[in-house]
Design a protein around this ligand. Structure first.
Ligand code: ACO
Length: 429
């Protein structure tokens, strides 16, 4: 009968070892028994960038990258995008189950009534230059927000954790919008508790002299769908940052700030901004083939918004976003860069270079076009990603804190530097 174990022969010593296989995985620490002698530290695995290492067991988000499947707590992303709202999806991520009417009403109420931020935070924003990137402001403001809630340090208080989670989800839209208003030199617009989460965000972003801001329902819904699509994506760079930093038992505001910093990078949440820059740089449909040629020549140019570490098929979020783009353009008029994007996608999808490497459009390829049509400046794109992703980060943080397998994250290294040598006085160097 087949056994769920792996037999390893160490050809250095001729010894045989049997290690258990659980969920298609062996424990890296089981390899430590494999030694050449008693002084040997034991075998390690070398896996820079976590290409083949599971760092946790998780019940939150499932991805099958080859089939293009994404599910939150078992629910397909397509169904959530069609039928759910961002706040309901955030509840699902955080609690494991969809809420009933009472639970949803309570959660929506709690989030709505926590959207105000301490007025002192406006002083913090004033310290930034007028042209400071809103993502830098978001990272700093979230970290600063934690200092207003001293009890957030007590991460073993379950109820307290819940309170901080509600606060962070609620205040993200206010922090993000205030960062924008500071950038454009407009007075801050305060939350309006009559509005939905997405509607309220649009209100704080774009309200001017009207006494009551009324969001366009199609744009409000489109933004909500984009929030659903970005809410979680299992163990990516920023989630890993959230878990790694959170594993030191720091308060969740500091861990979210670290995760947001990871998201800021152009290879992660900064990619949608890069897509627009790339499309603008290409300039016209007729210049697409020349650009593709440059990408293929490997001259350090990448087709931004293409490729994914996990999806080796069309990113299911990109498919939904493409649909949302058309719905938004019906209200805003078409983004002139759309034709360019479609042509780029058309050529790339039939080009051997991209086909062979399984490079397909990812979530960022079309989201920037939508944001731009909705009048969000490019600098705000990663902020729009961070707003909903906090519900994913916080779900992962909660899960990590409850996981008895988890400890402070602390990778190993293979030391390749010089070994012991004596200090040389500066005159003799
Ligand atoms: N354009 C051109 N070639 C690419 C691209 C791209 N966008 N992405 C990967 N490749 C090529 C690489 O050059 C490499 O080719 P080689 O085998 O000839 O060397 C091969 O495809 C594999 O690429 P890796 O870099 O090893 O793939 P990895 O899994 O490390 O990278 C990543 C994934 C970072 C997303 C990458 O595809 C990329 O840089 N894409 C553009 C940036 C982007 O859109 N990021 C957003 C990702 S989604 C998100 O974070 C929300």
């Amino acid at each position: 009968m087949a056994s769920n174990t792996l037999t390893i022969t160490d050809n250095r010593t001729g010894k045989k070892y049997e290690v258990p296989i659980t969920d298609g995985t062996i424990r890296a620490t089981d390899l430590r028994q494999i030694k050449t002698d008693a002084d040997d530290f034991g075998l390690m695995t070398y896996d820079p960038a976590f290409m083949n290492t599971a760092a946790c067991r998780s019940a939150i988000t499932f991805i099958d990258g080859d089939k293009g499947i994404l599910e939150y707590r078992g629910y397909p992303i397509e169904q959530l995008a069609e039928k759910s709202t961002y706040l309901e999806t955030a509840y699902l991520l955080l609690n494991g189950e969809l809420p009933n009417n009472t639970q949803l009403a309570q959660w929506m109420h709690d989030v709505t009534y926590h959207t105000f931020i301490n007025e002192n935070l406006k002083g913090l924003l004033d310290a930034f230059r007028y042209n400071a990137h809103p993502m830098g402001k978001l990272i700093a403001t979230v970290a600063a927000l934690g200092t207003f809630y001293a009890e957030a340090k007590n991460i073993s208080d379950v109820e307290g954790r819940r309170r901080q989670i509600t606060r962070i989800v609620a205040k993200m839209i206010t922090i993000a919008a205030f960062g924008y208003r500071h950038m454009v030199g407009q007075p801050y617009a305060y939350p309006d508790n009559d509005l939905s989460y997405s509607g309220n965000f649009l209100n704080m972003m774009f309200k001017t002299t009207e006494t009551k801001y009324v969001p366009n329902p199609a744009l409000e819904r489109a933004l909500d769908v984009l929030f659903i699509l970005h809410a979680d994506h299992e163990q990516n760079c920023s989630t890993n940052a959230m878990r790694a930093v959170g594993s030191s038992h720091v308060d969740p505001y500091s861990a979210v700030a670290a995760a947001a910093a990871a998201l800021y990078g152009p290879l992660h949440g900064g990619a949608n901004e890069e897509v627009i820059r790339m499309l603008t740089q290409i300039g016209s449909v007729s210049d697409v083939p020349a650009f593709i040629k440059k990408v293929k020549a490997g001259e350090g140019v990448r087709l931004m918004g293409f490729g994914h570490r996990v999806y080796k098929n069309y990113d299911p979020r990109a498919r939904i976003i493409k649909q949302v783009a058309y719905e938004v353009f019906e209200v805003t008029g078409e983004n002139p860069l759309l034709d360019l994007a479609l042509e780029l996608e058309r050529i790339a999808l039939q080009d051997d270079y991209f086909v062979k490497r399984k490079l397909y459009p990812n979530v960022d390829f079309y989201s920037g076009l939508i944001y731009q049509a909705m009048k969000f400046p490019m600098d705000m794109f990663p902020v729009l990603f961070a707003i909903p992703r906090v519900s994913g980060w916080l779900s992962q943080w909660e899960e990590m804190l409850q996981d008895p397998d988890q400890k402070i994250a602390r990778p190993r290294q293979i030391f390749v530097g010089p070994h012991r040598r004596d200090y040389v006085p500066i005159a003799k160097r």
